[in-house]
Design a protein around this ligand. Structure first.
Ligand SMILES: [Cu+2]
Length: 150
């Protein structure tokens, strides 16, 4: 009889522990929303890479205003043969006509607008996205971004 009580108590402890483990797991997943998906959820279709047009401004010691436009982020990474969509959003600067070196891709990013560029390359390397208005420091540049394919 005493042995049956001990066994029943062990079973009860096991059931309690299993219940607590299950409750803890459910609580964890409801607090974290699952906790295992990357931020933004799993991608559907081509991966989207966002870049914006930005601007740096400063004044030199002799009172001269200087500025430079740039892509932000300035460098993005793409796998070889991966299809991506570059979504280029114009924030600073009215217009940025651009081309991507080594490709036939060209376009323009305008303030307040998104320009979507499909990009895919079977050749590894660094592809520069170059703004034609802001080519060098004398034209508020160089506004050059880097697409690294590897
Ligand atoms: Cu530009």
């Amino acid at each position: 009889m005493a042995r049956v009580i001990v066994v029943k108590r062990k079973v009860l402890h096991f059931i309690s522990a299993a219940f607590l483990l299950l409750a803890g797991t459910i609580a964890y997943y409801s607090w974290t929303g699952g906790g295992i998906e990357p931020v933004g959820g799993l991608p559907e279709g081509d991966r989207v890479i966002h870049m914006v047009t930005g601007e740096f401004e400063s004044t030199t010691a002799d009172g001269r205003k200087i500025e430079a436009y740039g892509w932000n982020p300035g460098t993005v990474f793409v796998e070889k043969d991966e299809k991506v969509k570059l979504v280029l959003y114009g924030v600073n600067g009215e217009s940025h006509p651009f081309y991507i070196e080594g490709t036939t891709i060209k376009g323009e990013v305008r303030k307040g607008k998104e320009t979507v560029v499909p990009f895919q390359s079977s050749k590894e390397g660094t592809y520069r996205i170059i703004c034609l208005t802001h080519m060098d420091k004398d034209h508020s540049g160089p506004m050059i971004g880097y697409i690294v394919v590897d």
